[in-house]
Design a binder for this molecule. Structure first.
Ligand SMILES: Nc1ncnc2c1ncn2[C@@H]1O[C@H](COP(=O)(O)OP(=O)(O)OP(=O)(O)O)[C@@H](O)[C@H]1O
Length: 267
């Protein structure tokens, strides 16, 4: 059953920031082109593609951080890219975890306050049980209660990402978008967070849109992969068999992944 559907979604940016007049329109560039994409309930979809192919723009369009030029974004069949839907309604159902957690964590708030904020905003009636909720959230992301009193500068990169994930989970969303959320971490932290996300997804039945350059992580975590190339979704697949992939760009990516894992095994 589909949770999020993108129907012919496009985004154009003006090439220059000049003013439009009656005799002249600004030239624009289309960075997302008629994208059709579905994320089912409880599914994890990876979005891969070369730098500049439009992946983050797509995430921003879903989160209403950018306006759609044309097309529709539907959540449970309801259009969410119109003016009538408030940002709060969207953020209650969809959360975004970015690569650079330092921008998402207030430097003067300790972890307890960071986690309290979404619970206070979205579930004020549950504030009485907040202590229990914090501990559950921290446990889900592999941290213990001793982290509640720490400030973000007292956390490692991996721990900061875990707190950001806990903050997103506090809202009890249906979908979490991870935009290169583990890219800045070392290999061990990446593997550990990918395993943790897999565990959380199975336990909480949340859907993920996992934007990444890391094909190995996508293979471990995701049920389906969508490939973006120059603003278009050129292929969607669930079988990593090179012979079944059609687009040359996907084939070259998977070929490199297979070669690297063969070399790792033979070292
Ligand atoms: N506000 C903007 N104004 C004009 N062009 C923009 C704007 N934001 C993004 N772009 C352009 O849109 C294209 C897609 O950018 P986007 O950040 O979505 O790519 P991406 O696939 O996420 O890349 P990466 O993997 O490097 O993060 C790029 O060519 C970028 O320069």
């Amino acid at each position: 059953m589909s949770l999020l559907e993108l129907c012919y979604v496009s985004k154009e940016y003006p090439l220059r920031a000049s003013r439009k007049t009656w005799f002249k329109t600004n030239p624009s560039v289309k960075v997302v082109k008629d994208v059709n994409l579905t994320i089912n309930k409880g599914e994890c979809l990876a979005l891969i593609g070369e730098s500049g192919s439009g992946k983050s723009t797509l995430a921003k369009l879903i989160m209403k951080l950018e306006t759609v030029t044309s097309g529709q974004i539907l959540l449970d069949g309801q259009m969410i890219n119109g003016k009538q839907v408030t940002d709060l309604t969207i953020y209650k159902r969809i959360q975004l975890v970015l690569q650079d957690s330092s921008t998402s964590l207030h430097p003067k708030m300790h972890v307890e306050e960071i986690l309290k904020e979404p619970i206070h905003n979205y579930f004020p009636e549950q504030m009485v049980e907040w202590e229990e909720m914090f501990l559950k959230l921290l446990k889900l992301v592999g941290l213990d209660h001793s982290y509640l009193s720490r400030y973000s500068h007292q956390l490692s990169g991996g721990q900061k990402q875990r707190v950001c994930i806990a903050k997103a989970l506090a809202v009890q969303p249906d979908l979490i978008i991870f935009d290169e959320s583990i890219a800045s971490l070392d290999r061990d932290s990446q593997a550990s967070i990918v395993n943790m996300l897999k565990h959380i997804q199975k336990k909480e039945q949340i859907s993920y849109l996992f934007i990444t350059h890391d094909l190995q992580a996508a293979q471990t975590l995701c049920d389906q992969v969508a490939v973006m190339y120059q603003g278009e979704i050129v292929e969607t697949f669930s079988n990593w068999d090179l012979r079944q992939l059609k687009h040359p760009y996907t084939r070259s990516l998977v070929h490199i992944l297979n070669k690297n894992s063969f070399e790792e095994k033979t070292v």
